[in-house]
Ligand binder design. Structure first.
Ligand code: SF4
Ligand code: SF4
Length: 467
């Protein structure tokens, strides 16, 4: 029996120096060595009631895989993780572990929790680099399911159903699979070759991925079910419709939605000299919003060469919805936080380009219906901020295309599809939905959790129909 390592602190993650990394798009965190991983795994107490596991939306056997890491059995550790997660290298990098598995770890009571995400990342990376055997193809069960969208939710449902023997076709609107993992999250947080490696693993399981297929335009859900023989459809089309503030000047040149900005940078690689995608070479950038997407956009703008990058957020530092780690990384890289500040107008020059913005200062009042203190405008506090680019990172809603081409599919007033709860069944029989298309923009791991539940529900419904 190995004695636990009682160090109250996690083994630190090696990472690039802030002043080096804010000029390149290479990954910030460099990952554990095998020695660090074993050392960190030995901090796990192997709790019998494993509270950490209840914090994982895809129910990974956390003490199970960590026990293998502690003994240096990395391949066995991978096999434990792979039973529950189709995208371990992704989750280990982008899961908000502090609110999920690590938020429940008992080691967090008197010190720092076990670095579960870092260990998961290590295991997935080790496996990718060292093991090259292809997975066995499951025996076909003769049933067909279509998935709309090859993001984290769609890929999870596809992987789980394929393992059960279903013939799964994933229809992806973009030219490459991965969804928000490809167009939304920057290379320096999630390298794109890692995403593509995980996608290839699903293809090896027999999942068919059809890119450049906009469901609702090229084919409808009714055509998939009536003409193409799919017995069930899972809608995982995400939330790609950006929100704007509705203030004067938002249509000026130099105002981007974060979605457009990040897609140009991440998916179209606008930072490479050979890229065909234009993007502004900005001098001073204001990113409006305080979530993870705002941090990503600001850090990309800095790497693209902007001298000054502001995060403009109407509440205070304590209320920023972004992960603490992302805020710290942004601060280290030189992003300036203008909190308790709200834009009221974008100012343009005579050629229609952004030349600044008028802002007001805010103060926090009583809590509103979200439980957060309501921001109130400070009288006479108007001032101008000198910027030539504005990026709106105010959240996104689901694109209306699918619901407008699928009769009987109910959505709420925000355009989010309505489901019966965890199963993900929509108002149409055998049509399921999950991820951001249902919740509005949320996290990768919640989208994956919804995919897992829906895969079980789809399997059950198809088997019941058969009887
Ligand atoms: Fe934690 Fe996310 Fe891994 Fe689950 S998938 S164990 S929540 S890092
Ligand atoms: Fe290990 Fe923490 Fe889970 Fe306990 S709660 S089994 S210490 S990871």
């Amino acid at each position: 029996m190995i004695m636990p390592n009682m160090d109250p602190k996690k083994c630190p993650m090696p990472s690039q120096d802030p002043n080096v990394r804010n000029k390149n798009f290479k990954e910030v965190a460099l990952g554990y060595t095998a020695e660090m991983a074993v050392n960190e795994a030995q901090r796990c107490l192997q709790c019998k009631n494993h509270p950490c596991r209840s914090g994982c939306p895809v129910d990974i056997d956390i003490p199970g895989f960590i026990a293998h890491v502690a003994k240096g059995e990395f391949e066995e550790a991978y096999k434990v993780i792979a039973q529950s997660s189709a995208l371990p290298a992704v989750c280990g990098r982008v899961c908000p572990q502090e609110n999920q598995c690590e938020g429940k770890c008992v080691r967090g009571i008197k010190g720092e929790p076990v670095g579960i995400g870092r260990l998961e990342r290590f295991v997935a990376d080790w496996y990718r680099e060292n093991v090259h055997t292809k997975p066995e193809k499951p025996t076909p069960n003769g049933h067909k399911v279509a998935v709309i969208g090859a993001g984290p939710s769609g890929l999870t449902v596809a992987g789980d159903l394929a393992k059960m023997g279903y013939q799964v076709t994933v229809y992806e609107a973009l030219h490459v699979a991965g969804g928000v993992l490809m167009y939304g999250i920057p290379e320096f947080r999630l390298p794109k070759d890692i995403v593509q490696h995980e996608v290839e693993g699903l293809k090896e399981l027999g999942v068919d991925i059809e890119c450049n297929m906009v469901i609702g335009k090229v084919l409808t859900i009714d055509e998939l079910m009536n003409d193409y023989g799919f017995e069930a459809v899972y809608i995982a089309s995400g939330a790609g419709l950006p929100r704007f503030m509705g203030i004067p000047g938002e249509s000026l040149n130099g105002v981007y939605s974060a979605n457009e900005y990040l897609t140009r940078v991440n998916l179209m690689k606008a930072y490479l000299p050979e890229s065909h995608t234009p993007i502004m070479k900005s001098r001073a950038v204001a990113v409006v919003g305080g979530g993870n997407v705002a941090m990503d956009a600001a850090r990309c703008a800095k790497r693209l060469g902007a001298e000054t990058v502001y995060i403009v957020y109407r509440r205070g530092m304590a209320e920023l919805p972004a992960r603490k780690e992302e805020v710290e990384h942004a601060e280290e890289e030189g992003i300036i936080f203008k909190t308790l500040t709200n834009p009221v107008e974008v100012l343009g020059d005579e050629n229609g380009w952004v030349k600044g913005m008028t802002c007001v200062e805010m103060e926090l009042g009583e809590p509103d219906e979200s439980g957060r203190r309501r921001p109130i405008v400070k009288e006479g506090s108007e001032f101008e901020l000198d910027v030539d680019t504005m990026i709106m990172a105010l959240g996104t809603s689901p694109n209306p295309l699918i619901r407008s081409t699928t009769p009987g599919l109910d959505a709420d007033r925000h355009g989010c599809l309505i489901t019966n709860g965890p199963d993900g069944l929509t108002s149409r029989p055998f049509v399921y939905a999950g991820g951001d298309a249902v919740t509005g923009a949320a996290t990768v791991i919640l989208a994956m959790g919804a995919g897992k539940e829906a895969a079980k529900a789809i399997d059950k419904a198809i088997k019941e129909k058969e009887q």
